[in-house]
Design a protein around this ligand. Sequence first.
Ligand code: MG
Length: 272
Amino acid sequence: MMDTTSRASTTPALGVREGAGSGATVKSQRELDFMWEAGQIVGLTHKVLRAAVGAGVTTGELDAIAEREITALGGKLAFKGYHGFPGTLCVSVNSEIVHGIPGSAVLKEGDVVGLDLGAIVGGLYGDAAITVPVGVVSAELTALLETGEAGLWAGIAEVRPGRRIGDVSAAIQAEVERRGDYGIVREYVGHGIGTQLHEEPSVPNFGIAGRGPLLRTGMAIAIEPMVNLGTHETRLLDDDWTVVTADGLPSVHFEHTIIVTDGDPLITTKVD
Ligand code: MG
């Protein structure tokens, strides 16, 4: 497994630091089938969580729902205990970017809440994140949510054999920057995925087209843009997990797990 250290480098994290260079492994069909099953459990759990989000709900209640759903669907919990993370779900509210610890915090109208979760089936992983508005949010936050999600889809559109990680990165960056003066997080990035939650290569949300590891059929990556309303700079809270924006402005996070095929990319964590 690659180093999954956080900004402090002594602290493990559920995201990956930018920097790894080599490519992803090509999976067997049996492995890809398990990845699909794990991804569908993640997607179905997100559906339940999205419906459960509302003013007055605690982040700990969402965590309990995630644990119950993943388990009921036959998955194992990918995040709980990962480098000691205490939850099933990373719940990151407003200025929290990623790795928020679920607990007694109460959601309120106008918040945005990031829900990042993973599941394991047959030893293979699925990993995805959504950010959901709590009730009615400001026009500024609505645009931020749309931008984060559009950045993810722009990246996914580049997942084809023969393209490079830099094509994915550049497409995300171009889509986000086209929509406004947003901060794209640099220090935490997407990643290869398979028999480990985090595999090579790292998949930055900014970069130069034509550079980086080559994508081949049977590889799998998790693409996960984190987009801030203000600066791209981050800060780690004293709990050694929660990553927040340096300026305290809100942030959103969207992620899917994607398999490279000969045709359109297969998004394991998407459910209809
Ligand atoms: Mg991830």
